[in-house]
Design a protein around this ligand. Structure first.
Ligand code: ZN
Ligand code: ZN
Length: 361
């Protein structure tokens, strides 16, 4: 006996099955591939893209009268002697080394954010943005560093000689795509943990534990002309059982990601948030917050306290070196936020933050 299914019916069934498989497959892919994983590059899911933003911005930057050269007699960046913690401290001890480099010490665990100790933020030693203020601590004066978090690969955040100087002592937490860079510089693969947004890792240091979580930020990456957005950018939650710091890295503002971070992390005892390199807004706006937006991030993530970084160290943008901190003061008054709640440290300043009595992370 021949088949009871007629040819047209068989054809229709096959087409339906194919379409159904495709539909389910698409659903599956949509669930598996996160919104920030683009086609061959990483993307910002909530960035408002401006037309011809870059050309217009470059023009206004080059010809703007906002551009200022650093004048140490006029632009005073306060600095002071750091007071890092001893071996054990009951409260968290936080020192601003300069730019986005912050030393966080608690329960005998020492963490460093975006270590940058070099004279220039550049692939070259003779050209590129030069420090206007010295790093408050030299690499050799650091206590033993157990963990380093890296926000992204721009030269002012990922510095070859600083990483070589730290060597294989710390464990490096890096966004997706950056592990190869570290291993090429001689760092052992086992010392580099590559993470996507919302990945978590528990680092054991003696009998203590540190929970590291990569969280979203809105930025971009690239160290040359050909590798733009090939590696991811991230902010980092660094959590002891009774104290959580959240390091924003470099970021622009959007109304979604920081609220999500606040909701998902719960308590943030200290936000470490950039306030500089925000002019001209056409170019910098989507990738670098201004002081008012930094305060908004502080509120969105629901941080108990925050400190300002990414100012007073390198001239990377069209605003003056001390303008961000002056604007921060105005923005704080407007938003009714005190200096204690969102602090501008002096370079080298060490402050202490009380650990929580109960573990509620
Ligand atoms: Zn950057
Ligand atoms: Zn930067």
């Amino acid at each position: 006996m021949r088949s009871t299914i007629s040819r047209p019916r068989f054809f229709l069934t096959a087409v339906f099955a194919a379409l159904f498989t495709l539909f389910i497959g698409t659903l599956g892919i949509a669930q598996i591939i996160p919104a920030h994983h683009g086609d061959g590059e990483f993307v910002n899911p909530y960035e408002q893209k401006g037309e011809r933003r870059f050309v217009r911005a470059l023009w206004s930057w080059l010809f703007s009268d906002e551009w200022q050269k650093y004048d140490p007699t006029r632009d005073h960046v306060p600095s002071t002697q750091p007071q890092p913690a001893g071996d054990v401290s009951d409260n968290a001890t936080v020192t601003w080394i300069g730019h986005s480099t912050v030393l966080i010490q608690h329960q005998g665990i020492n963490v460093l954010t975006d270590p940058m100790f070099s004279k220039r933020a550049s692939p070259f030693s003779f050209v590129g943005p030069k420090r206007v203020t010295q790093a408050a601590l030299a690499l050799d004066d650091l206590p033993p560093i157990h963990a380093v978090v890296i926000s992204h690969d721009h030269y002012d955040h990922l510095d070859t000689s600083s990483i070589r100087g730290l060597g294989n002592t710390p464990v490096y937490f890096v966004p997706l795509g950056l592990k190869a860079w570290f291993t090429k510089k001689g760092i052992a693969p086992s010392r580099v943990i590559e993470m996507d947004w919302w990945d978590e890792y528990v680092l054991e240091v003696g009998d203590k534990q540190l929970l590291i979580t990569a969280t979203p930020s809105q930025h971009f990456s690239g160290r040359g002309l050909t590798n733009r957005n090939k590696t991811l950018w991230a902010a980092w939650s660094i959590a002891w059982p009774d104290f959580r710091a959240w390091f924003a890295g470099d970021t622009g503002y959007n109304g979604v990601q920081f609220r999500e971070i606040g909701e998902r992390l719960g308590t943030i005892d200290l936000g470490i948030i950039p306030i500089g390199a925000y002019k001209p807004r056409d170019m910098m706006g989507p990738v670098h917050v201004n002081p008012a937006e930094a305060l908004q991030i502080h509120r969105d993530v629901n941080a108990t306290a925050s400190m300002a970084i990414h100012w007073g160290t390198f001239v990377l943008s069209a605003e003056g070196v001390v303008t961000p901190v002056q604007e921060l003061e105005k923005a704080r008054a407007q938003a009714n936020i005190s200096e204690a709640e969102f602090s501008a440290f002096a370079i080298g300043e060490t402050r202490h933050y009380e650990a929580r009595a109960i573990d509620d992370r």
